[in-house]
Structures are given as structure tokens and as C-alpha cells.
Unconditional design. Structure first.
Length: 590
């Protein structure tokens, strides 16, 4: 397992401090997919002996034969034992794994469903350990009192009184005997199951419902997949997935027997669950929330509350870099060393992995101790064509850098010097006044689409700028920047894709409309020129073309390009992720 950031150093210093006090962040893959196996729906908990237990659903790529597996970490999530199968009904879906911990006792539950006749019924199975997960009972069924229950994916909690609460949801239509075909048909009520005898028996507590306009047809109605936490005043706070634009919240003052104030929460999120976990920080009790802060299932963000979940810190993205699809179904906990640990399922090219992040509460809030070094300041000029330029409501990579570089130790002033339709000869004319005169620390140089274009729609047969001229101009930018004490970063142009408009303009030789990559036949030569120059001049390179092309192999260009030419929000996210890696390294280099 390779970490993106070292974590050991955060435990040094005053004995009164824990990892939660420090503004650090690190990330790793716990379970990686292969050609046959994928992973999802993780749940994490801290055992009575301080170790971490992680359970998730493992499933083959060619069937719905999900199994619940588990792994244990003895070092706060830095390394994990090989996964062990805990609950498996061959040929059926075993999902929504949940963890219930009290003292040395551990219960792991899973929802088992046979979808062969639609969404109709489900069963909840449980295994039990009385020695912190060293040995387990055989699976046994927990009666839930409803035909179809789901949403048991967030860790159960033990209240100060000893009562156990397990969040769940049940479907109103299935209760009436109907068979559904998709989540978009569901109407759900989220609530809790209660146990006062250590999980030996369970009874339904109160549940909730909400009415709203769905954001999308495939979204659920009602309330679903609740996350619960006990606040300092002994009230219970519940945060629920809905099909609206916000997660919904509710509170209970009678240990989950009834719920009040069911309403939209302050946290934005559509059709995806959140996770909640209490943590301690220098004598204060806080609550960590992890959720998808968007209408899509990314970005995955974290926020903290110190007032009983009434207000939250600004969201911090913990799921980057995004390489396709969703980062969702989070679970979180405080490790024994004080670090906050979050796990989630993340789509990657070719499959789905379980990812994990360790971070300090100070990283989430941005309030790092004075004893730590402050982020260095830097001015960065982004030089480029329309793929750099701010573009209406589009969240371009420059905006992402400005917002997220502080989390990487850089308080950056970003100057977006992108100009639509520009090629390198025009950029050379303004290089002195817009780059050199700004005295930046770094300049990113992102050209090639306009230089390489052959305007056959205008009777042209050659690129607007020859490859030789293109290389010469890029070399000028690099050397002139270095003369002025500015560190250059080169970007390859992003690939192009065929759309109806692009076919109309460029659908003749030298381009090939019959090849999915036929719009890039000329551009590839200019991409090669950027790569060669980066190697020759020893310049850091963000290979945008490679990143986009790799993504398109497993998905499509339509998911990352607005119009076959310009990156969309997700495309800009991919560019930003690469620069978030490169820029701090460039600034630290002598």
C-alpha cells in the first residue's frame, strides 16, 4: 500500500496532542479492483481494543453475487489484513454491511436480496463476535418487521445509556406487496432499530418521511440510508439521503423512539448517503460528516461541527483525484491515535475500489496549530487558450487550484491569462506584459488545439501554426520564464472528439470521421512536441492528453468534454488534480 503523504510525522510533538490536531491529509487504496472483482459499500468502526474493522461488499464483475468481507487494521488504517468473507449467500446480493461495537462485542450485519423477481423483499443477516473480531458466530437472521428494508450502510451507535441504535429504511410500496424494478420507483422511510440487550433482540424505533420534488427520475422518494450520531446533549441527530437537492435531517430526544424537525439540512447532496462520526479534540466533542457535496456523486467532502450538527465548517474535498464515475458511500471514524479516517467506494478506470483517507480535524477546518509551518504563498499565471480561460459557469481548473492548493500547503494567487482562440504566436506577443511583468512564481503553459487546427472548412490544408513554430514558441516561453526566475509547467493539449458540429467543420482529410480518434490525427504530433520539449528542457509536464485518453478508453470523451473540444467541469477537475500534485513539488524544488 503506497501513501500519497507520510503520516508518521503528525504524531510527534507535545504528548497532549493527537493526530486530529494537525493539518495533514493522506490517502490510499485499501481494496483495488481487478479484472474479475470489484468493491463497494464500505463501513468502518473502531473495536474495543482500538483496532479498526472495515467491512465492505466484494463482487464479481459478471454477476450480482455480492459477499460481505472484512479486514482489520492495527495501525490506524495504514495497513490492513487480507479480507475475510463474513457473510455470503451464493447467487444473492449481500450488501449494506454495518458494524455495531460495544466493549469487546462486535456485530456485523448485511442485507441479502434476491432481485430475480424485482425489488420485493430482503433479509438482514448478522454475525457476532465477543472477542473483538477474532472469532465469529455463524450468520443468523434479524427480524426487521418489514418486507423490504435497506439503507443499513452507516455504522450503528451505542448510546451513553447502553442502548444500541442501527439506522435503516423501509419501502412503503414493497410493504404493500408491490414489486419494483429500480430505486427510482422507491418511496422510503428512514428510522432506527433499537436494542436494549446488547443486540440480542431488536425492535423498530421511530421513522421519518419527507415530501419534495425529485431532482432526477432515478432518485428515491422519502428518506433513505440514515447516518446517526449522539450529540453532547444526549439528543440523536440523523442525516438522510433524499432525492432532493439536500440531505435531510431529524432529531430525537427519546433515544430514537420518535423523530422531530424533519427538514432539509445545511448540507447539499442528492441521492447519495452521508456518514457521521463523533470525535474528541483537546477536550471538545465534534462531529465529522462525509458526503457528496453536489448533485452528482463527487466531489466527496468532509466538514466538522462543534455545535451538535447545527452548523458546519466549509466542505473540504477528500476524494481527489477523480478518474471517473462516483466517489460515494462514505463511512468515517476516529482512530485510536486521534486521526480522522474516512473510507468510500471510488470508480476508477476498469472498476471500483475502496479508498481511505486519514486527516486531522485541523485540515478540515483549515485551523492548523501555530507550531506548524504556514502554507507558502505563491503567484501562478495560467497561460493558455480557451481551455484555460474562465468560461461562464464552468468550474475551470484555475478555480479549483485557487480553492484547493491551500490544502496542499500553497496559498496561491491565481492569474488566469487564458484567451479564447489564441495560438502560440499571439501568446508570444503578450508574454512579457502578461507573464513576465506579473512576476509570478509559476507559469502554466497550455496550448496546441488552435496551433494544430487545419481549417479545412476555410479552404486550408495545413495547420494554423507549423509544428516547428509551435515548438519554437514553447521553448521561448520556457527559457524566458526561467530567465525571469519563473518556474514553467507545460501541459499537453487535451484530445478532441467528434460531435455533429465538429464533423461539419472538420469531417474531411486529413481528419477521419470513421475513427473515434480521427479528430486527433494532426494534434497527436503537437502533443509529441510538448512531451519532447518537456524532456529536453527538463520541464514538469501535466500530460492532459494522456489523462483524458486513458479515461476515454474506459468511459467516453462525452463525459469529459463539453462540445468535443473544451473540457467540462469533470475534465477541468482531472486537469486540476494533476496540477495539485505538480505545483507543490515545483515550488519546493531549488
Amino acid at each position: 500500500m503506497v501513501w500519497l503523504c507520510a503520516v508518521g510525522m503528525v504524531l510527534c510533538g507535545a504528548e497532549s496532542r493527537t493526530a486530529a490536531d494537525f493539518a495533514f491529509f493522506s490517502q490510499a487504496t485499501v481494496a483495488a479492483h481487478n479484472e474479475q472483482t470489484h468493491h463497494g459499500l464500505p463501513c468502518i468502526g473502531r473495536l474495543g481494543d482500538g483496532r479498526l474493522l472495515l467491512v465492505w461488499s466484494r463482487y464479481p464483475s459478471d454477476s450480482s453475487d455480492f459477499a460481505v468481507v472484512g479486514s482489520i487494521s492495527s495501525d490506524g488504517g495504514c495497513s490492513w489484513t487480507p479480507p475475510k468473507v463474513l457473510i455470503d449467500h451464493p447467487g444473492l446480493l449481500d450488501a449494506d454491511p454495518n458494524i455495531i461495537v460495544y466493549d469487546d462485542h462486535v456485530l456485523v450485519t448485511g442485507t441479502t436480496v434476491d432481485f430475480s423477481q424485482g425489488i420485493r423483499t430482503s433479509a438482514t443477516w448478522c454475525i457476532r463476535s465477543e472477542d473483538n473480531g477474532k472469532t465469529w458466530t455463524e450468520p443468523y437472521e434479524i427480524p426487521m418487521g418489514h418486507r423490504y428494508t435497506c439503507g443499513k450502510c452507516q455504522r450503528a451507535i451505542r448510546l451513553a445509556s447502553g442502548t444500541l441504535l442501527m439506522g435503516y429504511s423501509w419501502d412503503i410500496l414493497c410493504e404493500q406487496g408491490k414489486a419494483l424494478q429500480s430505486e427510482g420507483e422507491m418511496e422510503l422511510r428512514a428510522g432506527v432499530m433499537r436494542s436494549t440487550d446488547g443486540g440480542m433482540t431488536w425492535a423498530a424505533g421511530g421513522d421519518t418521511h419527507a415530501t419534495y420534488d425529485k431532482v432526477a427520475g432515478g432518485a428515491v422518494l422519502g428518506t433513505d440510508e440514515p447516518a446517526i450520531v449522539e450529540c453532547e446533549d444526549r439528543s440523536i441527530y440523523m442525516l438522510m439521503r433524499t432525492g432532493s437537492e439536500f440531505l435531510y435531517e431529524a432529531r430525537s430526544v427519546d433515544e430514537g423512539q420518535t423523530w422531530q424537525d424533519v427538514k432539509p439540512s445545511p448540507l447539499r447532496g442528492t441521492n447519495a448517503p452521508a456518514s457521521l462520526a463523533r470525535f474528541e479534540l483537546q477536550g471538545r466533542t465534534g462531529v465529522l460528516a462525509v458526503w457528496d457535496n453536489a448533485k452528482e456523486r463527487f466531489p466527496l467532502c468532509a466538514a466538522i461541527s462543534f455545535d451538535g450538527c447545527r452548523t458546519w465548517s466549509a466542505p473540504r474535498d477528500i476524494g481527489f483525484p477523480y478518474t471517473g464515475g462516483q466517489a460515494s458511500y462514505p463511512s468515517c471514524v476516529q482512530a485510536d491515535d486521534g486521526a480522522l479516517v474516512a473510507v468510500w467506494q471510488q470508480d476508477v478506470p476498469g472498476g471500483r475500489d475502496i479508498r481511505l483517507a486519514r486527516f486531522g480535524a485541523a485540515w478540515v477546518t483549515g485551523a492548523e496549530p501555530a507550531s506548524l509551518k504556514s502554507p507558502r504563498t505563491a503567484k501562478i499565471v495560467l497561460l493558455g487558450e480557451s481551455t484555460t480561460k474562465a468560461r461562464g459557469p464552468l468550474r475551470v481548473f484555475g478555480q479549483v487550484l485557487e480553492e484547493e492548493l491551500p490544502a496542499h500547503g500553497v496559498a496561491a494567487t491565481i492569474i488566469n491569462a487564458g484567451v479564447g482562440g489564441e495560438s502560440t504566436p499571439s501568446a508570444r506577443e503578450r508574454f512579457e506584459r502578461e507573464v513576465i511583468a506579473a512576476h509570478p512564481d509559476v507559469v502554466t503553459i497550455y496550448y496546441g488545439l488552435n496551433d494544430a487546427a487545419v481549417d479545412i472548412w476555410n479552404g486550408k490544408s495545413e495547420p494554423r501554426v507549423t509544428r516547428t513554430q509551435f515548438e519554437e514558441n514553447l521553448r521561448y516561453f520556457v527559457r524566458r520564464a526561467r530567465e525571469a526566475g519563473i518556474k514553467p509547467i507545460l501541459l499537453t493539449p487535451n484530445p478532441l472528439a467528434w460531435t455533429a458540429q465538429e464533423r461539419e467543420l472538420y469531417g474531411k482529410p486529413p481528419y477521419d470521421v470513421h475513427d473515434v480518434e480521427g479528430h486527433n490525427v494532426v494534434l497527436k504530433d503537437y502533443v509529441a512536441a510538448v512531451r519532447a520539449l518537456a524532456e529536453e528542457e527538463n520541464v514538469p509536464l501535466a500530460d492532459v492528453y494522456r489523462i483524458f485518453a486513458e479515461y476515454a478508453k474506459h468511459h467516453s470523451y462525452a463525459q469529459i468534454l463539453l462540445d468535443g473540444v473544451h473540457p467540462n467541469d469533470f475534465g477541468h477537475r482531472l486537469i486540476a488534480d494533476e496540477l495539485l500534485r505538480i505545483i507543490p513539488e515545483v515550488l519546493q524544488a531549488p
